[in-house]
Design a protein around this ligand. Structure first.
Ligand code: HEM
Ligand code: HEM
Length: 191
């Protein structure tokens, strides 16, 4: 039975997938380095880059989400059990959720810190809320969400990449190239 879905993600989705993968790897490293760097001056510069890159990631992620809803996407492979396709979709949904929640929680901490929200060319990220003077609950919640969310994202990305690589090599069906690559589309069943 042939599926009505395309084999490959649309070009713009593939570009965004790999671009965001690279930017997110940098962002996690930046967050970790900024948090643990002993010199305050260096840490401030790293945090400023972390903030700007986070806003860029949020913008690209919203664009990606919009395109995802609008463009035709690959479904499950022919003969693939529904549960396996279901798990993949769940993992992708969680990745989207985390990559959207992280910049939002980061923004809440950032505004609470009263940190500089300038982006570039005189443009400033709006605060969108005024933190209460005495109650720090919101800041604490945002901190937990941000820090634990970042490590959950890292773990999920490692699992996601490992699962894709495992399938690519184990089933010899060119899975990564077929779905997210840029050359010719390899046939669905290799070996
Ligand atoms: C920060 C790193 C990454 C993130 C956040 C991420 C996220 C995602 C998401 C959300 C999708 C679903 C497609 C969509 O709706 O846009 C996806 C698909 C995919 N990703 Fe990643 N990815 C990352 C890194 C990687 C790496 C390193 C690999 C390869 C080793 C990889 C291989 C794939 C493949 C093959 C698909 C298509 C899966 C399918 O069709 O079911 N990804 N990725
Ligand atoms: C997808 C985007 C983001 C990712 C993956 C990310 C990741 C991280 C990571 C890994 C840390 C270090 C956690 C630790 O040391 O255990 C961190 C800390 C932090 N991030 Fe982000 N971040 C993102 C976006 C943002 C944005 C947009 C802002 C600001 C507007 C921000 C503000 C912060 C702050 C203030 C901290 C320090 C938290 C503290 O300990 O007080 N982050 N982030």
């Amino acid at each position: 039975m042939r599926t009505a879905h395309p084999q490959r993600y649309p070009f713009v989705m593939r570009v965004l997938h790999w671009l965001l993968a690279a930017l997110l790897a940098m962002q996690i490293l930046l967050g970790f380095a900024a948090e643990h760097w002993t010199s305050r001056a260096v840490s401030d510069v790293l945090f400023s880059c972390h903030f700007k890159l986070g806003v860029l990631i949020l913008a690209l992620m919203l664009l990606r989400l919009g395109l995802r809803l609008a463009l035709p996407l690959p479904g499950g492979d022919d003969g693939e059990p529904a549960w396996r396709h279901g798990i993949r979709s769940l993992a992708h949904g969680l990745l989207y959720l985390l990559v959207l929640v992280l910049p939002i929680s980061g923004h809440v901490i950032w505004v609470w810190m009263g940190a500089d929200r300038s982006l570039f060319g005189g443009i400033e990220m709006p605060a969108l809320f005024v933190p209460p003077e005495t109650d720090e609950t919101g800041r604490a919640v945002a901190w937990y969400v941000h820090v634990y969310g970042a490590w959950t994202l890292l773990a999920l990305v490692v699992l996601h990449a490992a699962a894709a690589t495992w399938r690519h090599w184990r089933e010899k069906d060119g899975f990564i190239r077929r779905r997210m690559g840029f050359g010719n589309v390899p046939p669905q069943c290799g070996a």
